[in-house]
Design a protein around this ligand. Structure first.
Ligand code: ADP
Ligand code: MG
Length: 260
């Protein structure tokens, strides 16, 4: 692959379709999605349960196959890559954060964080050094030798963020990263993601129900029934208005994005 160029969007979806044939009726999880993710932006993807958010994340990152349209990564079609190349690209350039952490319970915090590097055949010494650096970045150096079940939810999610960052990826995908956290921990994780975005130029795409996350993002991409109904681009910043809370439902639908 050629190196990333500065002007090409980091990820772009064109007329993206994903249909699941699980039961009698096919489910059009993605029904023609056009979306551009710019390098260095933090985008929140919001919308009601079942509208296709996770499917979108998985298709954009190449974790799931697509049935129509295309996904361009750094301008190159994902469909043009072999499985091997796609997996290698993902390992080198992408990080993932999930709602329920996906940490290995028998491994310590630092061992969990270095795992992707060992899988990518880096030396044990380099893997450990980078894992320690990554933990420091999320403020968790002191917990390196703990087991995941000795951590709070917020600390567990910081561990998965450290793990996502250990390859120094260009983009991190997060699916409901605050979904299992109380509001205080959720706020801490959201602030951490924003800081990593601003200080390190990390591109972040975050699927979330949490309007607090949406408010911190550069924009909110709204989905409904397998489509993007609002890219959150042209909307002007929301003027401060005291009654705005009344218009928010759980997904914050109807609230313009904000706050940079
Ligand atoms: P969200 O993340 O917004 O809640 P999903 O992307 O998980 O939504 O799901 C979108 C739709 O696709 C839902 O109707 C869901 O039931 C369906 N779906 C998701 N994954 C599968 C699958 N592996 N097999 C069949 N249907 C699926
Ligand atoms: Mg989901």
């Amino acid at each position: 692959m050629s190196g990333p160029s500065r002007n090409t969007p980091i990820v772009e979806a064109r007329a993206l379709r994903r249909t699941y044939e699980a039961g009698d009726v096919p489910v059009h999880a993605l029904n023609g999605v056009d979306l551009v993710i710019e390098r260095g932006e933090m985008a929140a993807v919001m919308g009601p349960s079942g509208c296709g958010k996770t499917t979108l994340l998985n298709c954009l990152s190449g974790l799931d196959a697509i049935d129509g349209g295309e996904v361009l990564i750094d301008g190159a079609p994902l469909s043009g890559m072999s499985d091997r190349v796609r997996t290698a690209y993902r390992a080198r350039n992408m990080g993932f954060v999930f709602q329920f952490y996906n940490l290995m319970p028998v491994l310590t915090v630092v061992e969990n964080v270095e795992l992707p590097l060992l899988v990518a055949r880096r030396s044990a010494r380099e893997a450990r050094r980078r894992a320690v650096d990554s933990l420091a970045l999320v403020g968790l150096a002191a917990r390196a030798d703990h087991l995941p079940d000795q951590l709070s939810g917020g600390e567990r999610q910081r561990t998965t963020i450290a793990r996502a960052l250990v390859n120094e990826p260009a983009i991190v995908w997060a699916d409901e990263p605050t979904g299992d956290l109380d509001s205080e921990n959720a706020e801490e994780i959201t602030a951490l993601m924003r800081r990593l975005n601003q200080e390190r130029g990390l591109s972040l795409v975050i699927v979330t129900h949490d309007i607090a996350v949406g408010r911190r993002a550069d924009r909110i991409v709204r989905m409904l029934d397998g489509r993007v109904v609002d890219q959150g681009r042209s909307a002007p910043p929301a003027p401060p208005r005291p009654d705005v809370g009344a218009r928010r439902d759980r997904d914050g639908v109807g609230v313009a994005p904000v706050e940079r």
